[in-house]
Design a protein around this ligand. Structure first.
Ligand SMILES: Cc1cc2nc3c(=O)[nH]c(=O)nc-3n(C[C@H](O)[C@H](O)[C@H](O)COP(=O)(O)OP(=O)(O)OC[C@H]3O[C@@H](n4cnc5c(N)ncnc54)[C@H](O)[C@@H]3O)c2cc1C
Length: 323
């Protein structure tokens, strides 16, 4: 533990905690992040991760997603490792109109029947950020440290009161951990699993559009690796891969691209999505100069919303600190 008391303690070192920590530290605040799990062990490290705002709810979701798109696009242009802008198709098995958020994106066009795999009724083509999470989380950690932030791992906080011993302002980015830490029974775990295979040469993504998280079929190219998805097992809180789930993912993806049936499996990724009826991003004034800003419950869209949420949290914190 260092001797300087930080202005802000951030709980959590997944994509929410690191991105928020970076924005706070780069606005000249002294920031400490405390987390049980290091970035590489978090659910964030398991994500695919394609920018797509559909699997989280909050009136500001489209704003947060649009802002995050801009930042990811700039990071990709700057050549940040693991951040790519990729063309591809999102498609629905039922006929639906293209969503309003999609129609403003680069490369947008409605798909015709010839553009869609068998079993899909409508879809749209666009360019999306796809992020290779392990290297991306490493660059966020490096960026935080370069801005003077601290990272402390390995201890599980029992309460947010314990966190307030470190700083008068605590930002709660504990993901599914918020269920016990807050405690917030509205947070429910949804396990997700992906299969990493050697990419046989796919350059474009394909993502199934569903109203709710479920057994979606998606393929996310990341250079020589192709991530196949996905699953959504409600109530499952252990991030362990299940062989039957992996086999079903490969089978569904092979229906669209038959060459994947024999693709070499490189590994499995499993994480726990922090599902909540609505993202919780708000200031809780505990009195006596003690404040908590919550930033959790991003369900299946935490990467896609990360920069927009981090900027809203930073504005709240600066307001609390009277800047
Ligand atoms: C398979 C899969 C695929 C996904 N695909 C996508 C995608 O394509 N696009 C997208 O946008 N999103 C995707 N998601 C969702 C996304 O991964 C999550 O929304 C996001 O990772 C949540 O990040 P977080 O930082 O809030 O939580 P986490 O990554 O879970 O991090 C929580 C942090 O808090 C710490 N913590 C928790 N409790 C405590 C405590 N009591 N004391 C100390 N530390 C604590 C943990 O140790 C950890 O460091 C996917 C998720 C999965 C599982």
């Amino acid at each position: 533990m260092t001797s300087h008391r930080p202005d802000v303690l951030v709980v959590g070192a997944g994509v929410s905690g690191l991105t928020t920590g970076v924005r706070l530290a780069e606005s000249d605040l002294r920031v400490r992040i405390r987390a049980l799990k290091e970035p590489a062990e978090t659910s964030s490290a398991a994500a695919g991760a394609i920018w797509d705002p559909i699997y989280a709810k909050h009136p500001r979701v489209e704003f947060w997603a649009a802002r995050s798109y801009q930042v990811f696009e700039a990071l990709a242009l700057a050549g940040l490792p693991g951040v790519r802008m990729v063309d591809g198709v999102e498609a629905s098995r039922t006929p639906i109109p293209s969503p309003s958020w999609a129609s403003v994106l680069p490369g947008f066009r409605e798909c015709g029947p010839d553009d869609l795999p068998a079993g899909f009724a409508s879809g749209w083509h666009y360019t999306a950020p796809i992020i290779d999470m392990p290297p991306y989380l490493r660059t966020l950690s490096d960026r935080l440290l370069a801005a003077g932030g601290e990272l402390l791992f390995g201890s599980q906080l029992q309460s947010l009161g314990e966190a307030l011993a470190d700083a008068d302002v605590v930002v709660n980015c504990s993901g599914v951990g918020a269920r016990d830490l807050v405690p917030d029974p509205e947070v429910q775990p949804i396990r997700g699993q992906l299969v990493a295979v050697r990419n046989p040469g796919l350059q474009e993504f394909f993502a199934e559009h569903t109203d709710e998280l479920g057994e979606m079929t998606y393929l996310l190219p990341q250079g020589e690796v192709l991530l196949l998805g996905g699953s959504a097992e409600k109530g499952e809180a252990e991030p362990v891969p299940v062989a039957d789930v992996a086999a079903a993912i490969v089978a569904r993806c092979s229906e669209i691209f038959p060459e994947l049936a024999d693709a070499e499996i490189l590994g499995h990724r499993t994480g726990i999505r922090p599902s909540r009826p609505e993202v919780r991003l708000e200031h809780e004034d505990l009195g006596g100069g003690r404040h908590i800003v919550h930033n959790y419950g991003h369900s299946g869209a935490g990467v896609s919303l990360s920069w927009g949420c981090a900027e809203d949290v930073t504005a709240l914190v600066r307001d609390i600190l009277g800047d």
